[in-house]
Design a protein around this ligand. Structure first.
Ligand code: SF4
Length: 238
């Protein structure tokens, strides 16, 4: 009796997982065919990706590019150089990225953590086991889950799905998640239902961000014309 119930439950979970996976893959394919590949993450080196992941918090990418350009022009885009800068000097250089005092402190914290763990060998740092690396990044003051997972996915090339406000907004507007869903619940929705594929995750996240920026605006979503306006059997709820 118990066994029969358990088998029914497992079958139910499997069908649930399959349906969610199919819905997400359909979403991905719709977005990819509309927008094409996004070639994320822009950055010439792993360190540049990490710095960008910190600087992009609460600002647009154009501003991050200007800040990174300044760091490059001043020959400061290395662990040693960033470590040698005072917070004030670093803040001055990354000023275009906004919240520059806070971000300068966060960058300094991250750089110090890498140096303490692995010296200047960034590859050694990024080659740690995924869980160990994630826990380490999250222990750095100012590094949250979205930033840590962006570093894992785009700098360390691990199959970890990045969740951001756009992901939450789009999925909740389509009734895929409830309003109180946590970061890890959303992440599990993707990672438990899609293949663990780094390239798929990287492209999917970039496509979600593009959709959020161009169509799924916080106050007035532009559902008319949005590629997800006719997303299978899960239309927008509004
Ligand atoms: S269809 Fe509307 S709710 Fe859905 S992602 Fe597009 S803009 Fe957002």
């Amino acid at each position: 009796m118990l066994r029969a119930r358990a088998e029914t439950w497992v079958k139910g979970q499997l069908s649930l997982i399959t349906k969610r996976g199919e819905q997400l893959m359909e979403m991905y394919e719709i977005l990819l065919s509309r927008f094409g590949p996004q070639y994320w993450w822009p950055g010439e080196t792993e360190l540049e990706v990490m710095v960008g992941a910190v600087l992009t918090q609460n600002t647009n990418w154009k501003n991050v590019e200007r800040a990174i350009k300044r760091l490059k022009e001043e020959d400061m885009l290395s662990l040693r150089a960033l470590h040698s800068l005072s917070i004030q000097d670093l803040a001055r250089m990354i000023r275009p990225a906004g919240y520059y005092n806070v971000k300068a402190r966060r960058l300094k914290n991250l750089v110090r953590f890498v140096l303490e763990r692995c010296g200047e060998d960034l590859s050694l740092f990024l080659n740690q086991e995924t869980d160990e690396l994630r826990d380490g990044l999250l222990s750095v003051k100012g590094i949250g889950e979205e930033t840590a997972d962006s570093i894992l996915l785009y700098a360390a090339r691990r199959p970890v799905f990045v969740i951001d406000a756009y992901t939450y907004r789009i999925l909740s507007r389509h009734g895929m998640v409830v309003e109180q869903s946590s970061y890890s619940e959303l992440q599990s929705l993707f990672m438990d239902n899609l293949p663990r594929d780094r390239e798929l995750y990287g492209e999917f996240h970039a496509l979600i961000v593009r959709t959020g920026k161009e169509f799924c605006l916080s106050s007035k979503p532009k559902c008319r014309g949005c590629p997800l306006g006719h997303w299978g059997d899960i239309p927008p709820l509004n």
